[in-house]
Structures are given as C-alpha cells and as structure tokens.
Ligand binder design. Sequence first.
Ligand SMILES: [Zn+2]
Length: 285
Amino acid sequence: MAGQLVFPFFQPRSSRSSTKGRVRALATLPRIAPAAVRVPELAHEPSLFVFPPGAPQIFVHEGARQTLERRLATAANQPVVLSITDNRHSMIRHARAGGVLRVRLHHMFLGSPPAVQEALVHYLVNGNRQASNLVGQYIDANLTRIKPRRRTAMQLLTRGKCHDLLDIFRSLNETYFDGAVDAVITWGRSSKRHGQSRKSIKLGGYNAVERLISIHPALDRPWVPRYFVSFVVFHEMLHHVVPAPRGGGRANLHPPAFREREATYRFYERALAWERSHISRMLRA
Ligand SMILES: [Zn+2]
C-alpha cells in the first residue's frame, strides 16, 4: 500500500472577506522572519548560501528538522522521513508506506513551542483529536508565516478624496495597539454600477494571509464622519490581533474577546448609532 494520505490536511483558514469591489492590492511587507535557517553540512563548501534573486527563500534549520524527525520516529516506533515545506495550503501531510512514516510540515512548526511540537507528534502518531485542535490553533496564530499568494508589487490606495486611511490606521495603531499592528490597508474598489443600489454592503474586510485590510470606498464621502471610518478600520485591525477560535468546524470570527475589545473604541456608541441612521445612505453611495 503506497502513498496513503491521512486526513485532515491542515489548511490555513484565511478570513478572506474583501469588499465587493475586489482589491487588486497585495502584500509587500516581509513576512515574519522564518523560524530557521538551512545550515549546510560542514563537509560542503562554504559558498552554499546562494539565493536566486527574486524568489523568496525558506530556511530550514537542519538540526531542528532532525531533532523533530527523531522525536517522531521514537513516538511512532518506525522510521520517519520529515520534509519541511513552504506550502500555502497544506500545512501538514503524512502518509505511511512501506513501513515508513513520511511527514511534510510547514516550516512554522520547526520554531514552535514545545507544547505545540508535543501535540504535533501526538496528532501525527496517534491521530489525537485534542492534539489536532491545538495544532490547528497554532496554524491560525501563525498565518503571517505562510507566504502570500501573489508577490507582485502592491497598489495600495490609502488617500481617498475625503479620508486618509493611512493616517487613521496609524493613529488607531498608536492609541489601541502600541503600534503593534503590521497589517496593510487600502481602499477597496466599488463594484456598484451606476444607478444601482446595493442590498448589502461590507464596509471592511481583512485577509489574514495577505495581512490586508480593505475599506469600502462608499465610506470615502464627505458626509461620513472620520470617527466612523475609524471604527470600521479598528474592527478590521482587531481581526489582525484577535485570533478566531476554531470550535469544531466554522471559525467564530467575532468571539467575546473580540467584541469586548471592539467596545473599547472611544466613539463606539456614537459609531453604532451613526451606522444605524446612515445605512440606507451608504447602500446608495
Ligand atoms: Zn469582522
């Protein structure tokens, strides 16, 4: 029996929910530094660090890889071949064939805390459900280490006709996040055709893999107060910092911790009231 694959393949969950007007813009900011470095064996020549230009690299700490491979082999009581990947979709794959356990892991696991590695081993060897949940949570918390889908230069449009998103973002980042949010932001593009009105409008979106916040251009109007645009941006920034718990299937994107933090916004009540009284105008905008 060869190449039997064992489910689940862990998939990163992107909370992709861009505005209706699709955003062309994509991430340029560097990812969080990869956990590890591929160290050439000393027997080889010292000039092994040749990076082809342009292409992103994954760095694999060979010692860390071997340690994990040995740990897996001991727990599984059989030979293990561990490969480290920079995959976008499949974070963990494993298959048993010919008395060998073959495992392919995203590089985020090499630098993971001991508890996560323990859970990983437990999941891979015994298929433990609890361990699988813990591993899933770790993946969700490390989405920024997954390479973005496209690498083309980003076209971010932050300065609108009425509101400057970068200015709003920076001021929120200072006030509420100690400057720790390293997402990027842009105005989305409107999909509305002339003369039509919308049935619903998604005022903002956050894409975790691209770390991209997009804001609906209908908010770039003189009659939309800055504190409201700011509130929408704040909400999307919270998606960047508050992980969505994975509770048996669908993720809850707005868990209680999220709502609590959202309510700390200085003009929270005012923003909600403004939204209620202007929703129909925004649908027509
Ligand atoms: Zn949301």
